[in-house]
Design a protein around this ligand. Structure first.
Ligand code: MCA
Ligand code: AMP
Length: 502
């Protein structure tokens, strides 16, 4: 029997070598991770989890949480990580849609989540940030020598939800083949070896921290310093022992605010990688001036893993996302006609390759709508390929805000605001923000005689939307600018409020 992704992870693992280093705490060897993942997989088997069953996980970052991901791969379950910021109202949709057999949450959330999960027939177990919890209690009594489930390249390894531009969130189905092919490509492209030590400060419920950072580390037999969250001071301190950092642009903006960041601090570091949102050219330039090192920017999506990367050896050009990765085809087409445009011309970025997902969970029509007739995934990002072959992202055709590397779909926030008593309509936009890249901003039109203020609206959103989706500012206005078709002109609003946070 073979398990497509986990067999490769097992083959790269050297038993005594360190895998996870917890700052000021325990070091987990690869053997330790194999042992605990085997026990957890056995415990899930005892609970009745079978290959193909979804396991939803909303827990704080910990070594055990990463090992739970490995246990799911081994048991053939489909791993479904959820942002810890999601409210119960948001969780309700994901659990109803994905119908997980098991939901793992922190013990403080157990009661609330059980009321949602149990009516859907899910079992609820716990895992806390300190590595304790009912799932681990069950695992302790189990055997470590679990027989890994048979999984082919085409079988699902994970479902990651991405918010929908026009309504409900969509579960992107990622296969063992998608994850393994992309991780091997990145490992080779970025020259990651067993000698590398990654500073892992990203959340582990998204592609960046889960697949890019973790799978690449695993497939290189490398190790990681696992931090509970990003803390610039701690990251600068760790650089003396580390070789690699992967982060969103906000990491680099905040690192530059540290007077401790200089050439000496990065003397041991081999590579700084940025992605998930545009890295401002000025951040790239400033970082190079301070450290002597050029940040390597790459471009990816939940649906496709990583698509392009600046080169390891050649010029890493600020404001570009580099070249298509080996095996990945990137083209730019005219959105009106679908025909490929000439170099330097702007159009829709489309992607094809073994990295591209299998489709949206139980949404065959939405899936079909996002692929071209010849099998390219339509990214929703607007860009161009220059004469040297570097890909540039110049905008988005999808109505999306990216704040600190998290995606926020305005439609979802507008839907919540529009339901409030006294609101006539709203438009949610992203405008330049010095820390988060874009700041979520709501422009609200009130009904006559309504007495709403910023505080009242923000208060009402508190339990409805995850914190990062909540607007940083609410602006009241008499009416929204519209084009002749009656569509709100968000570009006009973005221009008008461009200096709000600067
Ligand atoms: C936290 N807050 C945020 C964000 N994060 N608000 C807007 N955008 C955010 N990203 C809220 C907090 O709840 C808090 O609210 C206030 O803003 C300030 O919090 P702070 O302590 O400064 O935040 P933090 O905890 O330091 O987090 C900032 C962060 C974090 C480190 C940038 O958001 C982060 O780790 N982002 C990474 C996201 C990521 O991994 N994206 C990859 C997606 P208050 O104080 O008012 O309560 S994968 C992807 O995009 C594709 C595939 C790709 O290419 O990688
Ligand atoms: P997600 O839905 O979280 O997978 O976010 C994917 C989106 O993030 C892409 O479609 C891009 O719009 C954006 N993105 C990711 N990496 C970059 C980058 N290096 N530069 C600009 N945008 C990026």
């Amino acid at each position: 029997m073979s398990n497509h992704l986990f067999d490769a992870i097992r083959a790269a693992a050297s038993g005594d070598a360190p895998f996870i280093r917890v700052n000021g705490g325990r070091t987990w060897t690869y053997m330790d991770a194999l042992d605990l993942s085997g026990r957890i997989a056995s415990a899930m088997d005892t609970l009745g989890i079978r290959p193909g069953d979804r396991v939803a996980v909303q827990v704080d970052k910990s070594s055990e949480a990463l090992i739970l991901y490995l246990a799911c791969l081994r048991s053939g379950a489909v791993y479904l990580p959820l942002n810890t910021a999601y409210t119960l109202a948001e969780l309700d949709y994901f659990i109803g849609d994905a119908e997980p057999r098991l939901v793992v949450v922190s013990s403080s959330a157990r009661e609330g989540v059980s009321t949602i999960a149990e009516p859907h027939g899910a079992i609820v177990e716990t895992l806390d940030a300190d590595g304790t919890g009912s799932l681990l209690d069950l695992a302790r009594d189990e055997q470590a020598d679990f027989v890994d489930a048979s999984r082919t390249a085409d079988d699902l390894a994970a479902i990651l939800y991405t918010s929908g531009t026009t309504g409900r969130s969509k579960g992107a189905m990622l296969t063992h083949g998608n994850l393994l092919s992309n991780a091997l490509t990145l490992r080779n492209y970025w020259r990651v070896t067993a000698d590398d030590r990654l500073i892992h400060a990203l959340p582990i419920f998204h592609t960046h921290g889960l697949f890019v950072a973790t799978n690449v580390t695993l497939l290189a037999g490398a190790s990681m310093f696992l931090l509970p969250k990003f803390d610039p001071d701690e990251v600068v301190s760790l650089m003396a022992q580390a070789t690699l950092l992967m982060g969103v642009p906000t990491f680099y903006v905040r690192l530059l605010q540290s007077p401790r960041l200089d050439r000496q601090a990065v003397a041991n570091m081999r590579l700084f990688i940025s992605g998930s949102a545009p890295l401002l050219a000025e951040t790239h330039v400033e970082f190079r001036k301070r450290t002597g090192l050029a940040i390597l920017e790459r471009y990816g999506m939940t649906e496709t893993n990583m698509n392009t990367s600046n080169p390891y050896d050649g010029d890493r050009i600020a404001g570009t996302v580099g070249f298509p990765l080996p095996g990945v085809t990137v083209r730019v087409t005219d959105p009106a006609t679908g025909t490929e445009v000439a170099p330097e011309e702007t159009g829709m970025i489309e992607i094809k390759g073994p990295n591209v997902f299998k489709g949206y969970w139980r949404m065959a029509e939405k899936t079909a709508a996002e692929f071209t007739a010849d099998g390219y995934f339509i990214s929703g990002d607007l860009g161009k390929i220059d004469g040297q072959g570097y890909v540039h992202i110049v905008g988005r055709s999808k109505d999306l805000v990216i704040s600190g590397g998290y995606n926020i779909y305005p439609k979802e926030v507008e839907g919540e605001i529009d339901q409030l008593e006294g609101v006539a309509e709203s438009a949610v936009i992203g405008v330049p923000h010095p820390d988060f890249g874009e700041g979520v901003t709501a422009i609200v039109v009130c009904k006559p005689d309504a007495t709403l203020d910023e505080k009242a609206i923000l208060g009402a959103l508190q339990d409805r939307l995850a914190r990062y989706k909540q607007p940083k500012r609410i602006i009241f206005t008499e009416d929204l600018p519209r084009n002749t078709m009656g569509k709100v002109q968000k570009n006009v609003l973005r221009q008008k409020y461009a200096d709000l946070y600067t």
